[in-house]
Design a protein around this ligand. Structure first.
Ligand code: G3H
Length: 486
C-alpha cells in the first residue's frame, strides 16, 4: 500500500508529438532516477519509430508556413517562449537539480542563461541580413548580372542535447533553428528529459504552430540511428560524447552536422603567472558541477619552478570545496550515475598505481567522489589523456613552454586551452601554437558569453556554435541572379 502510494506520486510525462502531449503507442516508459536522491523521480515515454515518422511529417508541413512568417513574427513567438520560461524558472531549475544533480544556483543560472540566449537569438536574427554582388568583379563577368544572396532555412533540424545542460544546450540549438525558419525534432538525453519536457511545456504555452517542434524521448537503440539516418532530417546539431559524435557522423551521410564533443582542456601555467588568479580559475574550471562539463580544466601543465607553490594553493582550495547535496549548493555533487563514478575511480586508481602523488581526495561514497588532486602525473597514465568528466585534476610538471605545448597538442581533443602568464607576447605565442578552438588568456575555459563562437577541433567537434554561428549553420545561402538588359 505504502509503496503504491509512493509510486503514484511519481509522474509519468507525455511526449510532445505533432503539437500534442501524448503517451506513446509503445505503452512503454523509461524511469528517470535522480543521481542524488537515488530514487525514481519520473517516467518518460519510449517513443516509437512510427511516431518519429509522424513527427517529421508534421514538422515538414509546419515548416513551410513557419518559414513564410516574417522574422519579426517568428521572434515574437520566441520572446513569448522566453517569457513563459521566466514564469516557471524555479520549477525548471528544481527539475534540473533533481534530474542531473546540478546545484540549485547553477541550475537557476542555466535557466536564466537560456532565457537570455533566446532573447539574444531573436535580436541577432533580426539584425542579420543578406547581401548582393555584381558580376563584373570576375574576369569575363558583367555588371549586368546582379546576384542577390539570401539565407534560407534548411528544413527540419534534429537537436540532440546532453545531460549536463538539459535546458541550455537544448535551447541553444532550438532557438537559432526556429529563428532561421526551420522546424525542429528535439531528442533530449534520457537523463535530462524531464527538464527538457518542462522547457517545451513553456514553448507550448507560447502558442507555437502545431508540429513545428516535436520532442521525442526514448531509447537510443530504437530511435537514435533511425532519426540520424532519416532522409527528411536536413541538419543535425549534437552535443555529447566523442564516441556518440563519431557514430553520428558515420550514420548521417550528407546531412550537415554540428558536433560539440569531449575535451581535455589544459591549463598551461608559466613561471611568471599570477598564482592567485591561476589557482582560482583552475579550481572553478576543474571542479564546478564535479567537472561534468566539456570545457572543464582537465589537466594542468605547470612550469617546474612554480609547481610546488601552485599545488599548495590548489590543495588548500580543493579541501575547502563544498561537497554533498545539490540542495545545499555544493560544488561537488554526486556524479550522474555509478558507471560514471566507477570510470573516474578507475582513472585515479591507474594513476596512483603508476606512481602519481595523491595530494588530496580519493574518497568515495557511491557516486559521490571527493574532489581529487593528483600531482606528478606522467604521460604513461590514462588520466593524462582520457576525459574523466568527474572531480579529478591531474598536474603534469613541465620544463619548458615548448614541452607544455607539445603535451597539450598530443591530445586527441582540441576544445579549449587556458594560458596563465603576465607576458602578453608569450600568451599570444602559446595561443598560436595550441591546436584548440579557443584559448583563454588568464581565464578558465568556458563556452560563454554565448555571443562568442564556440567550437572544438580534432575529436572535440565539428562546426561552430554560439548564437550567430548557429543561425548560420542552420540556414544556407540562396543566390538569385537578375540578368539585367538581357
Ligand atoms: O559541457 C559542455 C558545455 O558546452 C560547457 O558549457 O563552458 O558554459 O559550462 P560551459
Amino acid at each position: 500500500m505504502i509503496l503504491d502510494s509512493i509510486k503514484n506520486e511519481v509522474k509519468t510525462y507525455p511526449a510532445y508529438l505533432t503539437g500534442e502531449w501524448q503517451a506513446s503507442n509503445s505503452q512503454e516508459t523509461i524511469a528517470i532516477k535522480s543521481p542524488w536522491k537515488h530514487e525514481v523521480i519520473g517516467n518518460v515515454q519510449a517513443v516509437t519509430q512510427s511516431e518519429v515518422d509522424e513527427s517529421i511529417e508534421a514538422a515538414k508541413a509546419a515548416q513551410h508556413s513557419w518559414a513564410k512568417l516574417s522574422l519579426g513574427d517568428r521572434g515574437q513567438y520566441l520572446n513569448r517562449w522566453a517569457d513563459e520560461l521566466e514564469k516557471t524558472k524555479d520549477d525548471i531549475a528544481t527539475s534540473v537539480m533533481n534530474e542531473v544533480g546540478k546545484n540549485f544556483n547553477s541550475a537557476e543560472g542555466e535557466v536564466q542563461r537560456t532565457i537570455d540566449l533566446i532573447r539574444y537569438t531573436v535580436q541577432e536574427a533580426l539584425h542579420m541580413h543578406g547581401e548582393s554582388v555584381r558580376g563584373d568583379g570576375f574576369p569575363g563577368g558583367s555588371k549586368d548580372k546582379l546576384g542577390i544572396i539570401e539565407r534560407v532555412p534548411l528544413g527540419v533540424v534534429l537537436a540532440i542535447s546532453p545531460f549536463n545542460y538539459p535546458v541550455n544546450l537544448a535551447a541553444s540549438k532550438i532557438a537559432p533553428a526556429l529563428m532561421a525558419g526551420n522546424a525542429v525534432i528535439f531528442k533530449p538525453a534520457t537523463q535530462g528529459s524531464i527538464s527538457g519536457i518542462k522547457m517545451i511545456q513553456a514553448l507550448d504555452r507560447a502558442g507555437f504552430p502545431k508540429g513545428i517542434l516535436s520532442l521525442v524521448t526514448g531509447h537510443g537503440s530504437e530511435i537514435g540511428d533511425y532519426l540520424t539516418e532519416n532522409p527528411d532530417i536536413n541538419m543535425i546539431s549534437f552535443t555529447g560524447s566523442t564516441k556518440t559524435g563519431e557514430h553520428l557522423s558515420q550514420k548521417s551521410i550528407m546531412t550537415p552536422l554540428v558536433l560539440e564533443l569531449g575535451g581535455k582542456d589544459p591549463a598551461i601555467v608559466c613561471e611568471d603567472a599570477d598564482l592567485n588568479i591561476t589557482a582560482n580559475n583552475i579550481i572553478k574550471g576543474a571542479y564546478s558541477y564535479s567537472g561534468q562539463r566539456c570545457t572543464a580544466v582537465k589537466r594542468v601543465l605547470v612550469a617546474d619552478k612554480v609547481a610546488d607553490k601552485l599545488v599548495a594553493r590548489l590543495k588548500t582550495q580543493v579541501e575547502n570545496l563544498s561537497v554533498g547535496s545539490p540542495v545545499n549548493d555544493s560544488t561537488i555533487v554526486p556524479l550522474i550515475d555509478d558507471k560514471a563514478a566507477n570510470f573516474v575511480q578507475g582513472l585515479i586508481d591507474d594513476a596512483l598505481a603508476k606512481g602519481a602523488t595523491l595530494v588530496t581526495g580519493n574518497k568515495r561514497d557511491g557516486n559521490l567522489l571527493q574532489p581529487t588532486l593528483l600531482d606528478n602525473v606522467t604521460e604513461d597514465m590514462d588520466i593524462a589523456w582520457v576525459e574523466p568528466f568527474g572531480p579529478v585534476l591531474p598536474i603534469i610538471r613541465v620544463h619548458s613552454v615548448d614541452q607544455a605545448v607539445e603535451i597539450a597538442n598530443k591530445s586527441r581533443f582540441g576544445l579549449q586551452a587556458s594560458v596563465f602568464t603576465q607576458d602578453i607576447d608569450k600568451a599570444l605565442e602559446i595561443a598560436g601554437a595550441v591546436e584548440v578552438g579557443t584559448v583563454q588568456v588568464n581565464g578558465r575555459p568556458q563556452r560563454g558569453p554565448d555571443n562568442f563562437p564556440f567550437l572544438g577541433v580534432k575529436a572535440s567537434g565539428m562546426g561552430t556554435q554560439g548564437v550567430h554561428n548557429s543561425i548560420l549553420s542552420m540556414s544556407r545561402e540562396k543566390l538569385t541572379v537578375i540578368n539585367l538588359k538581357p
